[in-house]
Design a protein around this ligand. Structure first.
Ligand SMILES: [Zn+2]
Length: 479
């Protein structure tokens, strides 16, 4: 009997109400993670289906608030019946999907019956929260920043010409929200200050004029930001940045402040080895939920707005790959050089995802910079790659590919330039030529150790030919 009682007690205590600390959210996150949102390129249909599923949950009120230029639906999802209105919108820029994915995790959190019921009840009593996931579905479908007519919607807050912007503005006018969350992704190459640490999440309390004055609306935004920074610092210390506060009269964030809404800009950046941004999605989940809690409890009021300035500013000191201390030889003389390489994503038309197009961003003494990935090449020699002629590149075996790489072959010839990208680990050229190592050109070269090829670099990806480690994600057809 005693044993049964004890067991009952244990069971009861495990469902005991929990405080929604950020640690608890962090540790329980997997329970709320939405499936089908693994990849950053989220399709409109996936989002539409997920929104459709929310309609059956009584705690949400789903409403169609507009249609994109191409007729794709834009929805708002309401949670809570409180007096304070809060409006959140994500993916105004079509290729910035991290927060959209986090919002669906938040919907799961809010609709799960569990140990966090108390805090959810508190939030829903105090706040009426309106979420707009994927404000720019046409851009999202192509995974590009702008809308169907190539308009940056975040420069349409004054003219308000496009249906996506109009949907957002009419939600604002209807709700006159006290708080807003403007959810974006920024370059993964920003750092938090002049630092080797990437700005993995950056915040901005936008200004409402060129003088960047601070009124109560903006000051509350700063305090809300500080309340979220305090939580995120536990997981990514030193990786939180402050976005440039230059006034942009055409942007929504700046205008929301002007219109009386304390609107926070959250920009998700990069995290090493988290290309799919699943860790950063989790941090969005935590930041937004803690932000909502802070508004509901009014705990942001305890923060000191002056501390906002202490958040390190976003800086540009990072390359995707920095090769340090290579030896370049010219006319038998040796020189020490560093190579800074960036890889940009290009959405693939008939593919689900994207390809990479890389560039030598800088060359020379780059000792003041950092690499998200860095290799010290002291004692290693830089040399041009080679082009080889081959009949049928698609039929190359893994061993043959590796043998080519070992011989320093980085390009193959091809006369069929119908594509821009190839899944093969080579670039393609129209004739036999040695690829030039030059700023602004494709990073394609070899690195020698004691006269033998140690690495090949093709389209900015490095492969160690001895250990066969490192993946050349894709090559390019270069004219
Ligand atoms: Zn953006």
């Amino acid at each position: 009997m005693k044993k049964i009682l004890l067991l009952l007690l244990i069971i009861l205590s495990t469902v005991k109400a929990q405080i929604m600390t950020s640690e608890n959210l962090y540790n329980n996150y997997e329970k709320y993670k939405t499936e089908n949102l693994e990849h950053r390129r989220v399709s409109y249909l996936t989002v539409k289906e997920l929104i459709e599923n929310l309609k059956s949950k009584t705690i949400f009120e789903v409403e169609k608030i507009g249609e994109s230029l191409n007729g794709r639906e834009i929805h708002s999802v309401q949670f809570g019946e409180g007096e304070i209105n809060v409006l959140l919108w994500s993916q105004m820029h079509g290729d910035e999907s991290t927060a959209t994915r986090a919002l669906f995790d938040i919907f799961n959190f809010l609709s799960t019956d569990d140990e966090f019921n108390d805090v959810k009840k508190m939030i829903s009593d105090k706040l009426s929260v309106y979420f707009i996931p994927m404000l720019n579905p046409d851009g999202a479908e192509k995974f590009t920043r702008r809308n169907e007519l190539e308009i940056d919607l975040n420069r349409d807050a004054i003219r308000l010409q496009f249906p996506e912007s109009i949907a957002l503005k009419s939600m604002h006018d209807k709700l006159k929200p006290s708080f807003g969350f403007n959810l974006h992704d920024q370059s993964h190459r920003y750092s938090a200050g002049n630092n080797f640490k990437t700005a993995s999440i950056s915040f901005l309390a936008p200004p409402f004029n060129y003088e960047r004055e601070i009124n109560a609306v903006r000051s509350n935004t700063m305090k809300l930001i500080l309340s979220m920074v305090k939580e995120l610092e536990k997981f990514i210390p030193g990786h939180i940045g402050r976005y440039s506060d230059e006034f942009e009269p055409r942007a929504f964030g700046d205008n929301f402040i002007k219109w009386g809404t304390s609107s926070v800009l959250i920009e998700t950046g990069g995290w090493k080895n988290d290309e799919g941004k699943s860790f950063l999605r989790k941090l969005n989940f935590i930041a937004i939920l803690k932000g909502l809690e802070s508004i509901a409890l009014e705990s942001y009021k305890n923060m000191n707005a002056a501390d906002y300035e202490k958040i390190p500013e976003n800086e540009k000191f990072h390359f995707d790959l920095l090769l340090r201390n290579l030896t370049a030889v010219y006319n038998s003389k040796k020189y020490t050089v560093d190579i800074g390489i960036n890889r940009d994503e290009v959405p693939a038309e008939n593919e689900n995802y994207f390809f990479y197009e890389s560039v030598i961003e800088d060359f020379g003494d780059l000792s003041i910079y950092y690499g998200i990935e860095e290799i010290d090449c002291t004692g290693l020699k830089l040399r041009e790659g080679r082009t080889a002629e081959i009949e049928n590149p698609e039929s190359l075996t893994k061993t043959e590919i590796n043998d080519f790489h070992k011989e320093g072959v980085t390009s193959l010839t091809s006369n069929t330039f119908t594509e821009t990208f190839t899944h093969l680990p080579f670039n393609f050229r129209s004739r036999i030529e040695n690829p030039k190592i030059a700023v602004d050109s494709n990073p394609e070269f070899v690195i020698l150790k004691s006269g033998k090829v140690k690495y090949v670099c093709i389209n900015g990806f490095l492969k160690d030919v001895e250990s066969k480690s490192g993946t050349i994600k894709n090559g390019m057809f270069l004219r």
